[in-house]
Design a binder for this molecule. Structure first.
Ligand SMILES: *[C@@H]1O[C@H](CO)[C@@H](O)[C@H](O)[C@H]1NC(C)=O
Ligand SMILES: *[C@@H]1O[C@H](CO)[C@@H](O)[C@H](O)[C@H]1NC(C)=O
Ligand SMILES: *[C@@H]1O[C@H](CO)[C@@H](O)[C@H](O)[C@H]1NC(C)=O
Length: 143
């Protein structure tokens, strides 16, 4: 009997552990988010060469220029690309980099609005978007 319940407990622990890690893996698709950022950032008249290292063949997104990761789940904690000649828009997808603490995109040519989704980055403590061509904060759809 004791043996049985021990086995059952182990099974329960294992299955809850597995569903937690599945959840974390599903949430933390930071590589895809960075590619969305890239696509938007070079979408203008911009210089795609600035993010040439951001490709699938350089050992994963944690090794891409300007990207710093932390932890077993390789969450992006810092994105630093000042003066990189980026000219498109800042993708609202950055709001999905939920472990981000540091974001420096100063001295680029980003235009359009600053996405409201940045407000979801609760860990962000340093944000530098100075010296760009942003119009204003993204407006919510209110009458
Ligand atoms: C990927 O990045 C590496 C390192 O910067 C570069 O040598 C290689 O040419 C890039 N590949 C593509 C397809 O852009
Ligand atoms: C953020 O992530 C969710 C879940 O993966 C996805 O559905 C959504 O499109 C992403 N948001 C942006 C702006 O990419
Ligand atoms: C962002 O990067 C620029 C260029 O390196 C630097 O001068 C500036 O101090 C940085 N901003 C922050 C808040 O660290």
């Amino acid at each position: 009997m004791a043996k049985h319940s021990g086995g059952l407990l182990l099974l329960m622990i294992l299955s809850s552990f597995m569903s937690i890690s599945t959840l974390l893996a599903a949430e933390a698709d930071d590589g895809a988010t960075l590619l969305a950022f890239k696509a938007a950032a070079i979408g203008g008249a911009g210089n795609g060469a600035a993010l040439a290292s951001w490709n699938g063949s350089t050992g994963g997104y944690c090794n891409w220029e300007g990207v710093r990761c932390r932890g077993r789940h390789r969450r992006v904690v810092a994105l630093s690309l000042p003066s990189h000649g980026l000219t498109g828009i800042l993708s609202p997808a950055v709001g999905n980099l939920s472990s981000l603490r540091f974001l420096n995109l100063s001295s680029n040519g980003f235009s359009g609005s600053i996405p409201e989704s940045l407000g979801r980055l609760h860990r962000l403590h340093t944000l530098d978007l100075s010296d760009n061509a942003f119009s204003d904060w993204q407006q919510t759809d209110k009458p």
